[in-house]
Design a protein around this ligand. Structure first.
Ligand code: 1GP
Length: 251
């Protein structure tokens, strides 16, 4: 019997509540003691998948080490959230096969994906086609990805979401930019969810229950949290946030 895909697991989990994804950036873990400490704080029943990646990752071996550590501690899927072609590891369960939809250069729209394809094939990594839309111009991903910023106008953002739907992407990821003080606005999330039936993930600047609840209630199927995990008591806050948003009535 063939095993269930990571994507199918996410769809199944979504039937029971909003999805929660901690995002671990390998560049933050020069040695394993720091990641081991962080991992010991997570509650496995609150996490739907670990995302691993970051805008400035350079070495595949750092990615490998981070994934190995997670796998040693949890029986939860690990999905690569790639920044470039070096972010491919055979140790992961799946990869967001992403198109940075509002990049101004072909590299992040199609070239990197073409270059990455043979290795993904060789590693037999599950690809989850993902439309990645970056809203905040003042962010690392925006700079690295040559993003053509989208003003925070819901109708404009929704055009990209519609295009993602027509491409058949299984996930749309609305990115507010890591560490932003202005997460994606509720109106943009609500309109996006109205137009797109796949999994709508939202990340960037989610640091407390209030922001997370607002985003989830607006229509996000899942939230991604990175920066907060690095703060003091960040994992505890992450657990509280996830606990709360998983209680929100299904919609
Ligand atoms: C970044 O959306 C993610 O790609 C997470 O953002 O680091 O602000 O949580 P934060």
């Amino acid at each position: 019997m063939s095993k269930i895909s990571v994507y199918q697991k996410l769809l199944n989990n979504r039937k029971n509540g909003r999805l929660c994804f901690p995002l671990l950036d390998p560049v933050n873990f020069p040695d394993t003691s720091k990641i081991e400490k962080m991992l010991s704080g997570f509650e496995s029943n609150l996490i739907d998948a670990f995302l691993v990646g970051g805008s400035t990752l350079v070495a595949q071996e750092d990615l490998d080490k981070t994934i190995e550590c997670i796998k040693k501690n949890f029986n939860i899927p690990v999905i690569i959230f790639p920044n470039n072609i070096n972010a491919i590891s055979k140790k992961a369960d799946a990869i967001f096969y992403m198109m940075l939809m509002n990049s101004a250069v072909t590299y992040y729209i199609i070239d990197a994906q073409v270059l990455a394809s043979p290795l993904i094939e060789r590693y037999k990594l599950e690809t989850i086609p993902t439309g990645y839309i970056v809203v905040n111009p003042d962010s690392a991903v925006s700079h690295i990805g040559h993003v053509r910023p989208i003003p925070s106008i819901p109708e404009l953002i929704s055009l990209y979401v519609l295009a993602a739907k027509h491409f058949g992407f299984k996930i749309v990821y609305l990115e507010g930019g890591s560490g932003t003080s202005m997460p994606i606005a509720s109106a943009a999330i609500a309109l996006s969810k109205q137009l797109y039936q796949g999994l709508l993930l939202v990340g960037g600047g989610i640091t407390d229950i209030e922001k997370a609840t607002k985003i989830a209630k607006a229509g996000a199927d899942g939230i991604v949290i990175g920066n907060l995990l690095e703060k003091e008591n960040g994992v505890i806050t992450f657990n509280r946030i996830c606990n709360e948003i998983k209680k929100i009535p299904l919609s």
